[in-house]
Design a protein around this ligand. Structure first.
Ligand code: ZN
Length: 623
């Protein structure tokens, strides 16, 4: 809670020393992270607790079970080994574990004591940790325990690394102490990953603020182009959010292995394939055809999209915080119904920012939106789970997907991004182009973050209604709380556009003309059913996940053979599948259905009003 009050300058002089005294931390917490034998993947952690007076008889150290931004309980304590505790003289202290993530140390009131342990770190992802002969990367929530009751306490982290390695983190350095960094509290500590290696660094400034891209690994990227384009993204998003740079410096940690991104307060961690930076000039994706294996998402543009998403998070979720997301409870799930905003609208702005920065064309942008609409419409789960339910259950559903997920869930990223598009165009339409979702995001930043408040579902809806100049109850009850089909054309009309569906029977692609309804995967010489779509011919006529298809119309099959034969069929044709279900051989007759909705494409209306033209220009910033 943050109460505002007016204090005159003279009063401040008196009050300030008292405040400082009252806020003096009762305990000094300093971590040392060492890596004397990198090939063992063991990070060695020493936590030193110091007081000027005696402490309690017992104290507890707790290892977080999750790391913010990745909504799954991951039980980081499972990688802890060799725990020991000693007093200041090095005498062992008794300790015991009281649950999966808590160590209780019998300190007998001693003012200073240490705990030491090792953490096995051999999993590279943006939310885990890795130490090997090449580098160290860690999330502090994976390896640093907090002193129970002292999450608000400051702490320091000293890194002991091989001489040839440098240290990068968003935490400020402690002057005069080599490789030592300070965190004002544990939420900040846990929001500041470390990269320790012989990384390369690209630097640029935006509004006088230093930004660096720290790159571990070799790849086919063009450093000058990367620096220039990432800078454009930063400049565009800073402008979009009102022009203020809300940090002292910013670090992009980029691994040229793995994939994905994780947002932090003044840094982010990114993983991208080392040969994923191939640049394709011009407008590649001008049709609404689904991606081929040469998909734009896998080239340089996919990297820019990742940067654009993670960087936008520094406002949306790191500062514009939904209800439960900060300060955090590190011992259990933290529930929110707002991940469709925190992740989905971040995804919406990732694409918008690339367009406004001139890094993708209008047709690229619109094609990507058409593909996203088609993906959602091909997901049976859209009629089963709402955007809010998807957010709330991320811990047990989105992060734990199985063969039934497509039938029972939607992605709060995918649907959230489309809701962002629909809301943005709805607000622009209602306000005749005067306001937009950009105004909502800036409003949440000034009215919630700046006033040290988190927002909830009602606050978000009210902010949208304020900008739209009227109620949006119907929109939210149908599309956000509810599971009704999204009305793309009502939204696109605001910008003089419409969604066109190329009829399935005229499509050149066989998979559009007919509907089978299962995804197959080739596992060695076995053709396996990976997923069956609810309501499809395959689903209704008895094909199961896990079935092995051995023959189609009595001929031995591979996936390619299956697809080629299916392409020769038409709706209403029967196919005869020979399958193994567990160890039992049987046959299954399936009648193929007509293609689903066809291929989606966003096209201009034949005539557009001046307001529609203005909305389109403001939205996609053409000149
Ligand atoms: Zn995200």
């Amino acid at each position: 809670m943050h109460k505002r009050r007016v204090v005159c300058a003279a009063a401040l002089l008196i009050v300030l020393p008292l405040l400082i005294k009252a806020q003096t931390p009762p305990v000094d917490i300093s971590f040392t992270v060492a890596m004397p034998r990198p090939h063992t993947h063991l990070l060695e952690v020493d936590v030193a607790i110091k007081r000027t007076v005696n402490g309690p008889q017992e104290e507890q150290l707790v290892m977080p079970v999750w790391t913010p931004g990745s909504y799954l309980v991951r039980e980081f304590a499972r990688h802890v080994q060799d725990f020991a505790a000693t007093d200041a003289a090095g005498q062992p202290l008794k300790w015991e574990k009281t649950n999966k993530d808590t160590w209780r140390i019998t300190t007998n009131g001693t003012a200073s004591w240490h705990a030491r342990y090792r953490v096995y770190a051999n999993e590279l992802s943006v939310r885990t940790s890795e130490l090997n002969s090449g580098h160290a990367f860690w999330n502090n929530a994976n390896i640093l325990m907090y002193l129970d009751g002292f999450l608000q306490s400051p702490s320091t982290v000293r890194v002991l690394a091989p001489d040839v390695w440098k240290v990068a983190t968003g935490l400020p350095a402690v002057l005069g102490q080599k490789n030592t960094f300070r965190a004002a509290n544990f939420d900040i500590l846990y929001d500041s990953p470390f990269e320790v290696s012989n990384f390369k660094t690209l630097m640029f400034n935006v509004k006088g603020v230093a930004h660096r891209i720290v790159i571990d690994g070799e790849g086919n990227y063009d450093p000058e182009r990367m620096r220039r384009d990432v800078q454009k993204i930063v400049e565009t998003e800073v402008e979009l959010m009102g022009g203020e740079v809300p940090y002292h410096d910013y670090t992009f940690i980029l691994h040229l292995r793995g994939g994905g991104g994780l947002e932090h307060l003044n840094s982010c961690a990114l993983g991208y394939p080392r040969f994923g930076f191939r640049i394709s000039e011009g407008d590649r994706a001008t049709s609404a055809a689904p991606n081929t294996t040469d998909a734009p998402e896998r080239d340089y543009r996919g990297f820019l999209s990742l940067v654009s998403h993670e960087f936008f998070h520094l406002w949306n979720v790191k500062r514009i915080r939904p209800d439960a997301l900060g300060p955090f409870d590190y011992t259990q799930e933290n529930y929110t119904r707002m991940l469709w905003v925190a992740e989905g609208i971040t995804d919406y702005y990732a694409d918008i920012a690339l367009r406004r920065a001139g890094l993708i064309s209008e047709s690229d942008y619109l094609s990507a939106q058409a593909r996203a609409m088609q993906t959602l419409q091909n997901t049976p789960g859209r009629l089963v789970q709402s955007a809010e339910e998807s957010s709330f259950d991320s811990w047990i559903k989105y992060y734990r997907q199985d063969e039934n997920s497509v039938n029972s869930q939607i992605s709060y990223y995918e649907k959230g991004a489309l809701l962002g598009l629909l809301l943005d165009l709805e607000i622009r339409k209602r306000s005749a182009g005067a306001k937009s979702l950009d105004d909502v995001m800036r409003y949440l930043y000034t009215e919630y973050f700046k006033k040290n408040r988190n927002y909830g579902p009602v606050d978000f809806q009210k902010a949208c209604e304020l900008m739209a100049g009227g109620g949006l109850e119907e929109f939210f009850s149908r599309f956000v709380h509810g599971k009704q089909e999204l009305d793309y054309n009502a939204a696109l009309n605001a910008a003089g556009l419409r969604l066109e569906k190329i009829a399935p029977n005229t499509s050149v692609r066989a998979s559009d003309r007919i509907f089978f309804g299962a995804d197959l995967t080739q596992a060695g010489d076995r053709l396996m059913v990976e997923r069956v779509y609810a309501g499809s011919p395959a689903y209704e006529q008895g094909l199961n996940f896990g079935d092995q298809i051995v023959a189609l119309d009595n001929l031995r099959v591979t996936r390619d053979f299956f697809n080629e034969r299916l392409a020769e069929k038409k709706p209403g044709d029967l196919i005869n599948l020979t399958i193994f279900r567990f160890d039992d051989l049987s046959t299954l007759l399936i009648k193929l259905g007509p293609g689903r909705e066809g291929t989606f494409r966003i096209v201009p209306l034949t005539s557009q009003t001046e307001v529609q033209k203005k909305i389109y220009r403001d939205w996609l910033r053409t000149t």
